[in-house]
Design a protein around this ligand. Structure first.
Ligand code: SF4
Length: 111
């Protein structure tokens, strides 16, 4: 809540946690939970998403969806695919694996 009593959006305080290009798994899961369980603007946020991305939502087509973001409690991957928590875990694991491979390759080049 702001000083004037107008509800504020939790994502504005920590935008990286709602960004699938920037955040981490634990932040993404918390962001989804925050949207669904404690954001005072959830209904308005869903309306805005549907206005800007007609056809979006948990069952929307990838091409119609926002990309690489958590919006109103729904996580969208880099091609607009809806990512449930298990898919977010897989995405995070793949990124960790890629990071480890990059470090391993760099160490091998230095050796
Ligand atoms: S419901 Fe919308 S405004 Fe609220 S925290 Fe989630 S993304 Fe932000």
């Amino acid at each position: 809540m702001t000083a004037r009593g107008v509800p504020s959006e939790p994502c504005a305080d920590d935008p990286g946690a709602w960004d699938l290009d920037a955040g981490e798994l634990i932040q993404w899961l918390a962001a989804m939970r925050t949207c669904r369980e404690s954001c005072p603007l959830l209904a308005e946020c869903v309306s805005l998403r549907e206005q800007l991305y007609p056809g979006s939502g948990p069952s929307g087509a990838k091409r119609d969806n926002p990309k690489s973001v958590i919006w109103a409690g729904v996580a969208y991957g880099e091609t607009g695919e809806v990512l449930p928590p298990d898919s977010l875990r897989i995405l995070a694991a793949r990124r960790r694996g890629a990071a480890v491979r990059a470090l391993t390759a760099a160490a091998a080049r230095r050796a």
